[in-house]
Design a protein. Structure first.
Length: 119
């Protein structure tokens, strides 16, 4: 899978599983860390885990396993899933506001998404 396909699949899965405020940032022009960052909000720590598990399983089934196991950050209120060219961050609302990755990566290009497809 190429980076766009991974990012679209991840976005679709997050949307299907009721993640909120999903933001995709095209980062390949501003960092070598990844081509895309996906940022999403979950309603609880339990939903963060469910989203991360579903995402890791389904993207792996599509042929792109996470490079490392899902990483828990900040008392499980932030989970990071690294697919190499795509990094997914799932936060609780409060933790997302605190770290404000959208501002931190403000030089990245936001990507419009509709039902998991980039428009």
């Amino acid at each position: 899978m190429n980076p766009i396909e991974i990012a679209q699949l991840a976005t679709l899965i997050l949307d299907e599983k009721k993640a909120r405020d999903i933001v995709v940032l095209k980062t390949f022009d501003v960092t070598v860390l990844a081509d895309y960052f996906i940022i999403a909000t979950a309603g609880s720590v339990r939903q963060i885990k469910a989203l991360a598990d579903e995402l890791a399983d389904r993207v792996a089934e599509a042929g792109e396993p996470a490079l490392r196991p899902v990483r828990k950050q900040d008392n499980n209120t932030w989970m990071l899933i690294d697919f190499g060219s795509v990094i997914v961050h799932i936060f609780t609302e409060e933790t997302r506001q605190f770290y404000d990755l959208e501002r931190l990566w403000g030089d990245a290009t936001p990507v419009k998404v509709n039902k998991g497809k980039f428009v």
